[in-house]
Design a protein around this ligand. Structure first.
Ligand code: C2E
Ligand code: CA
Ligand code: CA
Length: 690
């Protein structure tokens, strides 16, 4: 049921929205951190490598200072002072021992060992010019205001285009820092250094960082909008796929998905369930009497009542116009039956007046409904005597079983509950097996033609026969047609059997003709399913002509029920068959369908009276009256008559008196294999001994 729709729905459902949101947010955060960290790293790296240069300079200065002091060489100290550097010498305890120039050393310093391998470079801020800050971890970053200071402005609109235009490629920001190195005696030599940054580089870096972060922000907004739209789309789709248009409750698809979830839950593995197919008998009649809208109103009310009657752990859905499906928790068949009977009682007492009648306050227009239910019990899954962790969730299979169980109920107006049992299971399996084996059986010629002779009632002369199929299966033994013909009629394979039978009968007839045997016409059954093919008559003619059998030796039997299909098509095929020289008979006349009317329109050659005419408990006089009138009717329509299923001499006598042309029944002969039938042909006359 709706399998391709169901598959695509499951596929879409699987793309979990929340998972994708979480995944996206995490990916976004990682991306933002990586990009900004890369920018920071780049900034630190370039500044700290400048610090490294300054460190080399300070070390040279410290060397000169050490050398000058240790050898008391003022000349060296003068060389050091020639560049007028600012420096301070501190003792290990932090006391100022010596200084030169402007001492603006702050006392907070950090280690920059991170960027300089094993060298532990200590750096201090300048208290006058705080253009460099320490970041935790000992890293230096330029202060944001350094650019402003370099341009001599504290204008908040510093980044205005006109200001930026003022910056020349050669504009440089000077950022003083103090760098420490150790003197030979253990004292600390700390000198003021100057880091220069090209303003253009700093601004480009800032613009790149700003642009990247802006891009990330837009990307985040864009993706979030898409995700929100996706959520809305899924909500709508859920409604479209899972909500029943009429009842606004579950539809079949929702039942399938939710039912599967219930059955697959490991905590439910040990429970028993019942799948119930509930049908409102004659719902269509109700719609015809009232209106489709009233019908829908009724379905909504029934759906509500069912919903009220089940627990939260159970499930129901509206499946087709007149049917619902339920998944109930069950302990045993008896308790399910009682529960369903109570539900039916409740449904029957539902004040099922149409919406319009309720509104108009009609009190006397009750409509009583009947409900038929098929039930399939679902047992806990057991493998090798042990309960499985999860139950088999073959919802469609269970539902089919419930439908099969319901189909065993009589087509009446009565309420009824039927359970899917072993016998039905066996039947279902057999239907499956037959379907699986049919083609192989046909290819291997496992179907055998049996012949049942037709005799004249007066002298017992062989004047015809009916070909009946038998299945001689190497796997299943001898299979009577009642066990496979109805299955072939349903699955469509019957048309192959009909072809097969016509060919085999035509071949046999030709063989007997060539052997000089005087064969009589043999009738072959053609199923009603075959009448959908408009060129049926030509197909039959071609088959028989290919074999080369005279057409008058083949008769085509149509069952009475076929006459209810497209009447004009059937009339045309009958006329064609007759024009090709085949005779055509109506099979099973009187077996239930009234086809007197068809007789009026269809120019048939033979009327086969169904065996039912002779069976049953009806008064013999009445039976005889019906049979004799049927024969009289056939005669008036210039049709020959065959009485089927004749088993006793009295019936033969009676039919003879009434002028019946042929008798086909166990009294004269049962259906028999071809060789036996050949003997009958040679014998020609056959009168059973009394
Ligand atoms: P049908 O066409 O009405 O065939 C007559 C059935 O009545 C045959 O059953 C036959 O064995 C049985 N019969 C004949 N005389 C008597 C009698 O005196 N007493 C009783 N109790 N039964 C009698 P069979 O061969 O089992 O076939 C059953 C049905 O299967 C046939 O009913 C026909 O509808 C179908 N069928 C059989 N062979 C073919 C075939 O080759 N093609 C098609 N389409 N249907 C076939
Ligand atoms: Ca028949
Ligand atoms: Ca028949």
């Amino acid at each position: 049921m709706a399998s391709s729709k169901e598959k695509s729905f499951r596929r879409i459902k699987r793309s979990y929205t929340w998972v994708s949101i979480v995944f996206f947010v995490i990916a976004f955060i990682i991306l933002a951190v990586v990009i900004n960290a890369a920018l920071l790293f780049f900034t630190f790296y370039s500044i700290n490598s400048k610090v490294d240069n300054q460190y080399e300079r300070v070390k040279t200065m410290a060397g000169l200072y050490d050398e000058g002091k240790s050898s008391d060489n003022q000349g060296l100290i003068d060389v050091l002072h020639a560049d007028s550097p600012d420096y301070v010498v501190l003792s290990e305890s932090g006391d100022v021992i010596d200084s030169f120039g402007d001492n603006t050393l702050s006392n907070v310093g950090g280690s920059l060992g991170f960027f300089f391998g094993s060298r532990d470079v200590r750096v201090y801020e300048d208290t006058k010019n705080k253009t460099m800050r320490f970041f935790s971890g000992g890293m230096l970053i330029p202060d944001i205001v350094l650019l402003q200071m370099a341009l001599g402005t504290d204008d908040p609109d510093f980044y205005e285009e006109e200001n930026l235009e003022k910056i020349d490629a050669t504009d440089v920001a000077n950022m003083p820092i103090w760098i420490e190195t150790k003197l030979n005696g253990g004292d600390r030599f700390i000198a003021k250094g100057n880091i220069q940054i090209r303003l253009v580089d700093a601004i480009i870096l800032q613009i790149v960082a700003f642009a990247l972060n802006l891009f990330l922000l837009f990307f985040l907004i864009f993706r979030l909008v898409r995700i929100i739209r996706e959520i809305i789309r899924k909500r709508r789709m859920n409604e479209l796929f899972l909500v029943d248009e009429v009842t606004k409750g579950n539809n079949w698809m929702a039942f399938l998905l939710k039912g599967e979830r219930i059955l697959k839950k490991s905590k439910n593995a040990g429970k028993r369930y019942a799948m119930v197919h509930l049908v409102i008998v004659k719902y269509r009649n109700y719609c015809m009497c009232h209106s489709l809208d009233e019908g829908r109103f009724l379905l909504r009310r029934i759906s509500d009542l069912i919903e009220q009657s089940i627990t939260k752990e159970e499930l129901s859905a509206h499946v087709s116009s007149s049917s619902f499906v339920l998944l109930l928790e069950a302990t045993d068949a008896e308790s399910v039956k009682m529960r369903l009977e109570a539900l039916v009682e409740k449904l029957k007492t539902l004040d099922i007046r149409g919406n319009a009648q309720l509104q108009a306050g009609h009190k006397d227009t009750f409509h009583t409904f009947c409900f038929q239910l098929g039930v399939c019990l679902i047992n806990p899954s057991v493998v090798d005597g042990k309960k499985k962790k999860r139950m088999d969730a073959a919802i469609e299979q269970y539902y089919n079983n419930a439908v099969t169980a319901k189909s065993t109920l009589e087509v009446t107006d009565d309420d009824g509950i039927a359970f899917f049992d072993d016998k039905l299971m066996e039947d279902e399996r057999w239907i499956q097996t037959v379907g699986d084996h049919q083609q192989k059986a046909l290819d291997n010629q496992e179907f055998v033609v049996y012949y049942q002779p037709k005799y004249s009632p007066d002298r017992g002369e062989l004047i015809g026969a009916e070909a009946l199929v038998r299945w001689q299966s190497p796997d299943f033994g001898f299979v009577p047609p009642g066990r496979f013909i109805p299955i072939f009629e349903k699955n469509g394979f019957i048309t192959n059997i009909d072809h097969y039978m016509i060919c085999h009968v035509a071949e046999d007839q030709k063989k007997w003709l060539e052997a000089g045997m005087n064969p009589v016409p043999v009738s072959v059954n053609v199923s009603r399913a075959h009448f959908a093919e408009s060129d049926l008559a030509e197909q039959i003619q071609n088959m028989v002509d290919e074999i080369g059998t005279p057409h008058e030796l083949i008769e085509i039997e149509l069952t009475e029920s076929a006459f209810f299909d497209d009447k004009n098509a059937i009339i045309r095929i009958i006329e064609q068959l007759k024009s090709f020289g085949f005779s055509v008979s109506m099979d099973d006349f009187g077996s239930g369908y009234s086809s007197l009317n068809s007789l009026k329109d269809m120019n048939l050659d033979v009327l086969k009276l169904d065996a039912e005419f002779f069976r049953g408990d009806a008064d013999p006089d009445r039976k005889e009256a019906v049979v004799s009138e049927a024969i009289r009717l056939a005669k008036r329509l210039h049709m020959r008559t065959v009485a089927e299923g004749v088993e006793v001499r009295e019936e033969v006598e009676f039919l003879k008196q009434q002028g019946c042309d042929m008798i086909q029944g166990y009294y004269f002969a049962k259906p028999m294999p071809g060789e036996e039938y050949e003997e009958r042909m040679k014998e020609k006359y056959h009168m059973p001994e009394e």
